[in-house]
Design a protein around this ligand. Structure first.
Ligand code: NAI
Length: 336
């Protein structure tokens, strides 16, 4: 297939090119650095498919442009699909496929990294030691052993995170409309959301972003949480109402916040903006807290995950072309 790959970074090109050659897919890949939006959609002219990433805009207008150009397939090189208007894609007859699972370990392990860094103040200690400041004031953490961890969403990633936290001696509480036996086998307990908020020392989000989960963590939810709760979000930014999280940090209700995603990340993440003034005051405020660690949507970014993403993305396209083998398509049924 002729594939227009958008939002390409050097590492995307490296992994996709290697998979294209290694797997003998033989696709004709054109790499564009720019994000896919309704304005950049004309670049896909002459291609059968577009390959898009998490902050590309696959709303109705972009999809209509693509359809008009004769593009028939949208290959998401991600598992999340909240940036894609699946109803419009369905109406236009566009095939949308994704990479349902590439490395739940990558994301779960990064969630653990945020937790450990925040709890033991590694980000602050690193700076201090570089300044020859070896004082321990302000670096006090807590034993993670015996703490209660609330996991919202126990799919692939949530379950790996549950196993990790169980290994660290934690009690697992979980919330998911589709409970998993794996959680109960760990001694975990499925509870209602309010119960999870009330009882958890650490809360980690692993649900997709849907209309139902948008701002799941808002002021009302935070008010129910334990004082000093550690909140972790490595799923999608808009699960958390950021201004409410900031209020929670200011009041001390939230003891630490670890984010790999941010609701307005589209204009920030994946770019080097180090010589620019940040115009997002909410994000800038987040960065002022000593008990907040933000990473720029890097949880997926391991060698294994990148190789898997590239291979599955290209296999989806190859299998679509040949009509043989598995294609991970998604449609409006995913909206619940
Ligand atoms: P998954 O589809 O295996 O699991 C999602 C789980 O969430 C399912 O068990 C589902 O029943 C549950 N769920 C759906 N609606 C819910 C609700 N309202 N409340 C509670 N649970 C609900 O997905 P997976 O692979 O575990 O990924 C989870 C999310 O992680 C993705 O949707 C994506 O947004 C995010 N992600 C983030 C990455 C990063 O680099 N930061 C990389 C990959 C995924």
């Amino acid at each position: 297939m002729r594939v227009a790959v958008f939002a390409t970074k050097p590492y995307d090109e490296r992994y996709l090119t290697a998979a294209n050659e290694r797997g003998e897919h033989g696709h004709d890949l054109t790499f564009f650095e720019t994000r896919l939006t309704s304005a950049t959609a004309p670049l896909a002219d002459g291609h059968d498919a577009v390959c898009a990433f998490v902050n590309d805009d696959l709303g109705a207008t972009t999809l209509q442009h693509l359809h008009h150009l004769g593009v028939s397939t949208v290959a998401l090189r991600a598992s999340g699909f909240n940036n894609t208007d699946l109803l419009t894609a369905d109406r236009l007859g566009l095939t949308v496929c994704r990479v349902p699972a590439y490395s739940p370990y990558a994301v779960a392990e990064h969630t653990l990294s945020l937790l450990l860094a925040l709890n033991r103040k590694i980000h602050r200690a690193w700076n201090r030691v570089r300044e020859h400041n070896f004082a321990l004031n302000g670096l006090l953490g807590f034993d993670i052993n015996d703490k209660t961890v609330g996991i919202i969403g126990t799919g692939q990633i949530g379950r790996v995170f549950a196993r990790i936290m169980h290994g660290l001696g934690c009690h697992i509480l979980a919330y998911d409309p589709y409970p998993s036996d794996e959680i109960t086998a760990l001694g975990g307990e499925y509870v209602g959301l309010s119960d999870l908020f009330r009882r958890s020392d650490i809360i980690s989000l692993h649900t997709p972003l849907t209309p139902e989960t948008y701002h799941l963590i808002n002021g009302l939810a935070i008010a129910q949480m334990k004082d000093g709760v550690v909140l972790l979000n490595t799923s999608r930014g808009a699960l958390v109402e950021t201004v409410s999280a900031i209020e929670g940090l200011k009041s001390g209700k939230i003891g630490a916040l670890g984010l790999d995603v941010y609701e307005e990340e589209g204009d920030l993440f994946f770019e080097d903006l180090s010589d620019q003034v940040l115009r997002d005051d909410v994000f800038s405020r987040l960065l002022t807290f000593p008990n907040v660690v933000v990473t720029g949507h890097q949880a997926f970014f391991t060698d294994e995950a990148m190789a898997h993403i590239a291979e599955t993305t290209l296999s989806n396209l190859s299998n679509l072309e040949t009509g043989e083998g598995e294609v991970h398509t998604i449609g409006p049924e995913m909206l619940g």
